[in-house]
Write a protein that binds this ligand. Structure first.
Ligand code: ZN
Ligand code: ZN
Length: 423
């Protein structure tokens, strides 16, 4: 079995529904959809061995990051250091169960499931007797979990928390912090090496073959599987290869997206009106809202961090709701803008959404770090949950939106497709 070269004849693009003929790919080559430019396959050199090495190292780094102190904190001669485990235990012991659960899912549970599944899959390719259903299970898991891995956002949150506390206390990086940085980098590297089409190809063989022309699957009475990229006959309800349910266009896509957007707008109000953090200093407690935090950082001269929080917590969620609403409108009443530009906007909204979690992580880190009773302590405010739900709802809204609907409207007026191919 060759790990370097990808064997597959045709695949359907999940973003524009165009059926692409895949040329034999050598290691290091990427293949883009010839219609919309979306990267469909990345053929990496020695991919199996590399994924194995990188994901094992990432697990090792995680073990190290959990074993030693993470951050040190000292103010007026009083100091303490916290481990990553403390971050969770403080939140749970203070009764912030949902926030604690969210942090554990985003930082530990999802990455662990992801890394272990990837490792199991690579190992199972060399052990043909392994149960095939376990491989399929793992492969489905890693596809679903991937957008919810937020370790890099947490790392930026740590740096922001540091700047926020700069005027009140000295914060130092301990050993685990550096191990955590390694864990984040290696996990991100694993994600870039994992190519879902390559994995499905190894687990379930080539996708079913059809004689096709260079056009959308729908036009040819076929259906493209969003999960594994296989091309199926038009009456298929489930994918022959990955078992996932298939549909020519996501049912009730626009309705679900609009409903999720409205729900996130409703939650946006309490997220900004109520305090996200409560700081106690020398006996007096002061609540601060998201905007209050931004203004405070600005007045203290931390302009870059104030801008990061303003962008991540205020601008991005609103811009995302507006952009997705506009895209929903465009899928019914297409304006003059090129579909390729609309798709670019859609990709950006998908990409930046998770970075809004920064402020939630900042509050969680400060809560675990600053616990010195009446002298100085920080607790999450009621806005944390509504703000988190804004982010989760907008992420789900982006996922339920079917970008193929935009291309459908484009079909009638489009002349020559964009020609982009192997790189
Ligand atoms: Zn495409
Ligand atoms: Zn499939």
């Amino acid at each position: 079995m060759s790990h370097a070269v990808f064997h597959e004849n045709i695949t359907t693009c999940e973003e524009c529904d165009f059926i692409n003929e895949i040329p034999p790919l050598k290691s290091g080559e990427r293949f883009r959809c010839q219609h919309c430019g979306h990267v469909l396959v990345s053929a990496h050199k020695h991919v199996g061995a590399r994924i194995m090495g990188v994901s094992l190292s990432s697990l090792l780094m995680l073990a190290l990051a959990m074993s030693f102190p993470f951050l040190g904190f000292s103010s007026n001669g009083i100091g303490r250091s916290v481990t990553l485990f403390n971050t969770l235990s403080v939140l749970l012991s203070q009764g912030y169960l949902v926030l604690g659960a969210l942090i554990s899912l985003a930082l530990f549970v999802f990455p662990l499931i992801y890394l272990l599944s990837v490792l199991f899959l690579i190992w199972s390719f060399n052990h043909p007797n392994t149960l095939n259903f376990a491989q399929r299970y793992c492969l489905r898991w890693i596809t679903v979990i991937q957008p919810w891995l937020m370790v890099d956002v947490f790392l930026v949150g740590v740096l922001v928390a540091l700047v926020k506390m700069n005027s009140l206390a000295d914060i130092s990086f301990e050993l685990s912090f550096w191990a955590f940085c390694g864990y984040v980098l290696l996990l991100l590297k694993t994600v870039t090496l994992v190519d879902k089409r390559w994995f499905w190809n190894q687990v379930a063989g080539k996708s079913p073959e059809h004689s096709v022309i260079a056009a959308t699957a729908k036009k040819q009475g076929l259906i493209g599987c969003l999960f594994c990229g296989a091309t199926l006959s038009g009456d298929a309800k489930h994918c022959d290869r990955c078992g996932h349910s298939v549909y020519s266009r996501r049912p009730k896509s626009i309705g679900s997206t609009v409903a999720l957007l409205i729900a996130s707008l409703v939650m946006y109000v309490p997220a900004n009106v109520f305090p996200i953090m409560q700081t106690t200093f020398l006996g007096s407690t002061e609540p601060s809202t998201i905007m209050g935090g931004v203004l405070l950082l600005w007045s203290l001269g931390s302009y870059p961090v104030a801008l990061i929080i303003l962008l991540a917590s205020v601008v991005i969620p609103l811009a995302k709701v507006l952009a997705l609403s506009w895209l929903c409108w465009q899928s019914y009443f297409p304006g003059r803008k090129q579909t390729a530009q609309k798709i670019k906007l859609y990709r950006i909204t998908e990409l930046v959404g998770r970075w809004s979690m920064i402020d939630v992580f900042v509050v969680a880190i400060l809560t675990s770090l600053v616990q010195m009773g009446n002298f100085m302590s920080i607790l999450p405010g009621p806005a944390v949950l509504s703000f988190t739900s804004v982010i989760v709802l907008t992420m789900l809204a982006a996922m339920t939106f079917d970008p193929r609907l935009l291309w459908d409207k484009d079909e009638a007026r489009s002349s020559a497709p964009l020609k982009r191919g192997k790189e």
